[in-house]
Ligand binder design. Structure first.
Ligand code: ADP
Ligand code: ADP
Length: 224
């Protein structure tokens, strides 16, 4: 069985989580979204949550050693043997190197980096209307993808909330952090022939069709 070891890249609001919800169903992959993992830890008031909280509130990256341990732990599990979809990691060059090192240790390598691109004004519109369900982090948008009943998740009936860091000032800062620390990763993976670009400004179903088709080809290629 060929592996699909995948990462999702792109600015906050590009649609990574939205696409991931669909791709994990298509390809039956375990999905690790570092933002979701950290938010759950903050809610539980675990040690991880205490370490991450202040950075997340500001829209800064949490320290590398904190998040690297979380990810290494996940991809080492049996459920991730045939592949995984990472969302929100790596976020800088150090994290990318840590991921390479861990995969090497496991005798594996990354299959592709999926970059979902979208302009600043579009992601600002998206983040200001984003709503997330408290139970399973299902995603909605008040205008672009509203739930059937206002404030209630279609899939599990839980409450929809706005993330604290989706307020305009924090969003601007998160975009700066993305530009400075995360966007250089696109060149890094491109140089290795692993980057696949997708136009995140297209409607959700179109972006999904493109990514799914690309992954189907990658899986077939790795079977040869
Ligand atoms: P990310 O995980 O990259 O931060 P999300 O998947 O959470 O982005 O999407 C951000 C917001 O934009 C959500 O409210 C989502 O419903 C909406 N959204 C996602 N993809 C699209 C799209 N292609 N067109 C319009 N809105 C979208
Ligand atoms: P978005 O979906 O909008 O791209 P995330 O949910 O991925 O945002 O991340 C939310 C916050 O969690 C980030 O602003 C950061 O504080 C923290 N975070 C998530 N992943 C990482 C990471 N790999 N390294 C450092 N901080 C992270």
């Amino acid at each position: 069985m060929p592996q699909l070891n995948l990462i999702l890249l792109g600015p906050p609001g590009a649609g990574k989580g939205t696409q991931a919800e669909r791709l994990v169903d298509d390809f039956d992959l375990p999905y690790y979204a570092t933002g979701d993992i950290l938010r759950a830890a903050v809610k539980e008031e675990s040690e991880l949550g205490r370490k991450a909280n202040e950075y997340m509130d500001r829209g800064d990256l949490v320290p590398d050693e904190v998040i690297i341990e979380v990810v290494v732990d996940r991809i080492d599990q049996t459920e991730a043997e045939d592949g995984f979809l990472l969302d929100g990691f790596p976020r800088n060059v150090e994290q990318a190197e840590a991921l390479d090192g861990e995969l090497k240790r496991l005798g594996r390598e990354l299959t592709a980096a999926l970059l979902i691109e979208a302009a600043d004004d579009e992601v600002i519109r998206r983040l200001s209307g984003r709503r997330v369900c408290v139970k399973n982090s299902h995603l909605y948008h008040v205008d672009f993808d509203p739930p059937k009943r206002e404030g209630v998740c279609d899939q599990d009936g839980s409450k929809l909330i706005q993330r604290d860091d989706d307020h305009p000032d924090t969003v601007k800062h998160r975009l700066e952090v993305y530009r400075e620390q995360t966007s250089p990763l696109a060149d890094l993976y491109d140089a290795r022939g692993m980057l696949r670009r997708f136009d995140g400004a297209r409607p959700t179903t179109e972006v999904h069709d493109h990514i799914r088709a690309t992954l189907a080809v990658l899986r077939r290629e790795s079977e040869l």
